[in-house]
Write a protein that binds this ligand. Sequence first.
Ligand SMILES: *[C@@H]1O[C@H](CO)[C@@H](O)[C@H](O)[C@H]1NC(C)=O
Ligand SMILES: *[C@@H]1O[C@H](CO)[C@@H](O)[C@H](O)[C@H]1NC(C)=O
Ligand SMILES: *[C@@H]1O[C@H](CO)[C@@H](O)[C@H](O)[C@H]1NC(C)=O
Ligand SMILES: *[C@@H]1O[C@H](CO)[C@@H](O)[C@H](O)[C@H]1NC(C)=O
Ligand SMILES: *[C@@H]1O[C@H](CO)[C@@H](O)[C@H](O)[C@H]1NC(C)=O
Ligand SMILES: *[C@@H]1O[C@H](CO)[C@@H](O)[C@H](O)[C@H]1NC(C)=O
Length: 256
Amino acid sequence: MASSMFFTIICAALLLCSSLAYAQKATPPAPTPTPAPAPAPTYVNLTDLLSVAGPFQTFLGYLESTKVIDTFQNQANNTDEGITIFVPKDAAFSSLKKPSLSNLTQDQLKSLILFHALPHYYSLADFKNLSQMDPISTFAGGQYTLNFTDVSGTVLLDSGWSRTKVSSSVHSTDPVAVYQVDKVLLPEAIFGTDIPPMPAPAPAPEISPAADTPSSVADKGSSPATSAPNSSNSNINLGIFTQLVLAVSGGLALLL
Ligand SMILES: *[C@@H]1O[C@H](CO)[C@@H](O)[C@H](O)[C@H]1NC(C)=O
Ligand SMILES: *[C@@H]1O[C@H](CO)[C@@H](O)[C@H](O)[C@H]1NC(C)=O
Ligand SMILES: *[C@@H]1O[C@H](CO)[C@@H](O)[C@H](O)[C@H]1NC(C)=O
Ligand SMILES: *[C@@H]1O[C@H](CO)[C@@H](O)[C@H](O)[C@H]1NC(C)=O
Ligand SMILES: *[C@@H]1O[C@H](CO)[C@@H](O)[C@H](O)[C@H]1NC(C)=O
Ligand SMILES: *[C@@H]1O[C@H](CO)[C@@H](O)[C@H](O)[C@H]1NC(C)=O
């Protein structure tokens, strides 16, 4: 009995090896080299991008209700300049008490949303330069400007009403950059320059991790779903092999 078990196992192992070898041989060699791929237009669906990251539902809602999403998407699609968007998380909107957005006219709301983007693609490294060029015009144009400061890699933004920082990079591939910011950017052009004093002095950003790594864990991990490698095929094949081997060896065991 022991020897038949042994035999079965050997058989199974041999079968498995040969079928794996066969599988390897059977995989066709890469056919004729694929023609040079046409430079794929790097299309980023901003709605999709903002739906999966964040949560940015409030900002996305405003983007859609004001139709600014079309302006941004068009800029992302069709210009060499590209676009840089600063997106506050839902929590930034819900914690916004003092100047409320509820009294804004539709035009003001639209300007406020446009204020959250620059009509040019900037990598995080580019902000070193921008900080020497204050103030920077936003998509809202005119007096809707932002000031940038680069403190050893951390990008600080100042709208007068809002002082905040880029807390993570959601997407940054030319022509589209999307950065998460901690606060809603409130423009002086809407709320005036009569800015109430800051409640507490902004803590100096001492820790300046690479902006891609969210600095605080509590700050909600916006980890992108790691796409599983495309291995389902080989898994299925292995499954079939295993079943085959089991069936065959089962049959052998019965015979012996
Ligand atoms: C972008 O994604 C949204 C949400 O998935 C979808 O409704 C929309 O049709 C997409 N837009 C384009 C131009 O593909
Ligand atoms: C952007 O490009 C996509 C894909 O080419 C297209 O479906 C969409 O309509 C374009 N959107 C705008 C606003 O240009
Ligand atoms: C918004 O409008 C309401 C009613 O018109 C008013 O009572 C309230 O003070 C306004 N809020 C702000 C922030 O202006
Ligand atoms: C930054 O500014 C310097 C000098 O003004 C310029 O040479 C350099 O190209 C700029 N870099 C970027 C990324 O714009
Ligand atoms: C931005 O910088 C300019 C020039 O340094 C300054 O005049 C302006 O007051 C700044 N604006 C804000 C909102 O800090
Ligand atoms: C996985 O591979 C199959 C067949 O090779 C392909 O059709 C499918 O699009 C791939 N899926 C992903 C997520 O790459």
